[in-house]
Design a binder for this molecule. Structure first.
Ligand SMILES: Nc1nc2c(ncn2[C@@H]2O[C@H](COP(=O)(O)OP(=O)(O)OP(=O)(O)O)[C@@H](O)[C@H]2O)c(=O)[nH]1
Length: 331
């Protein structure tokens, strides 16, 4: 008896099924290979891929890289809550500007706060990959990377560029920058401003008698003492050597320059104790007031410096206010 044969359309279906299975297997292999390539490409970059659906606010993360599952938010609101409050407005403005089609891509550097309070700096970039007929963003894809180490290095460099290595006070250029801003603020909002130029007396003798290491420690001690004398908002800097400078900013009334000058003298014109060493120290101080004694930072500092030299000439360990002198100005 002849074997029953399948009807032709059933045979065709079987062939079709077998070929679909083959195609599926090939497609799965391709996806797995692509995934491997993507993982290999991302490996070590620290990049973490994400996708968002703006209409629902959903966020998905495809590879966690250096991040732990709990680090990643699955919803826009949860991500928003993790962004540092000081960075939120800026970041969200960039994000929505891109969703609205105002920019070619979204990009931001910002801090996130972990559950343990740890701050992580992220570099984050994304682009809308699907919009509806009205241009409304449907899907956005992007990547972010942990840039905490780079940010910490940048901040450390910035700190070094603005501070004096020995005392930790602001340095000369940072002081001028702040003083210029303070002058602009005063011009805008009113208030007052005074500069005090402090130069230690006969400091060379301290170095000569006790050595530079003790001299250095004494400069550090003086820096701490100067910080004790001023209020929040006042700025103390080291110009170099044994020269320090302060500006005082007051909201109302004349700047308390006499009072602060006297407090500085009380603190500095006395024996300083360093371990078991008793070191006799003194300081000469010159002051100038904005805008009466100079209408820019350079003139104010220069005139406070001139007043400090007058204090030295008058016998040291005292405060002198800048005196306008036509003769001196011509000289
Ligand atoms: N230990 C130490 N000394 C410094 C530093 N920078 C500058 N000096 C010294 O500080 C001294 C400053 O001396 P001057 O201001 O010229 O003179 P002075 O001895 O203080 O005398 P008057 O200013 O006239 O009262 C110099 O001997 C400098 O070598 C520093 O970073 N550390």
């Amino acid at each position: 008896m002849a074997h029953p044969t399948l009807p032709t359309d059933a045979q065709a279906l079987q062939h079709e099924l077998a070929s679909l299975r083959q195609e599926l297997a090939a497609a799965r292999l391709l996806i797995a290979t692509q995934q491997e390539k993507l993982n290999a490409a991302l490996d070590g970059t620290g990049l973490c891929l994400w996708q968002g659906q703006p209409p629902t606010g959903e966020l998905q993360v495809f590879n966690l890289q250096d991040f732990k599952p709990g680090d990643m938010a699955s919803h826009f609101e949860a991500w928003y809550a993790k962004v540092h409050p000081d960075d939120r407005d800026r970041v969200v403005n960039h994000y929505f500007a891109h969703l609205l089609g105002e920019t070619d891509s979204y990009e931001a550097e910002y801090r996130t706060i972990g559950l343990d309070g740890r701050i992580t700096w992220l570099w984050d970039r994304g682009r809308v990959i699907e919009r509806d007929a009205d241009g409304k963003a449907l899907r956005i894809m992007g990547a972010h990377a942990d840039i905490t180490q780079r940010k910490e290095n940048e901040l450390a460099l910035q700190h070094m560029a603005q501070h004096d290595a020995l005392t930790g006070l602001l340095n000369r250029s940072a002081f001028y920058q702040r003083l210029n801003h303070a002058i602009e603020r005063t011009n805008r909002n009113g208030g007052n401003l005074a500069v005090l130029f402090v130069d230690l007396d006969l400091f060379k003798q301290v170095n000569d008698q006790h050595g530079h290491v003790i001299g250095d420690r004494l400069l550090q001690q003086v820096a701490r003492q100067l910080l004790q004398v001023v209020r929040d908002g006042d700025v103390v800097a080291r110009l170099g050597g044994d020269e320090f400078i302060i500006y005082l900013q007051g909201e109302t009334g004349p700047p308390p320059v006499e009072e602060v000058g006297q407090r500085l003298l009380d603190l500095l014109n006395r024996e300083q104790l360093l371990d078991d060493l008793h070191i006799d120290l003194g300081a000469s101080i010159g002051t100038s007031i904005y805008p009466h004694d100079g209408n820019n930072a350079e003139a104010l500092v220069q005139h406070a410096d001139a007043a400090m030299y007058q204090a030295k000439a008058d016998g040291r360990r005292r405060v002198r206010h800048y005196q306008h002198s036509p003769l001196r100005q011509q000289a």
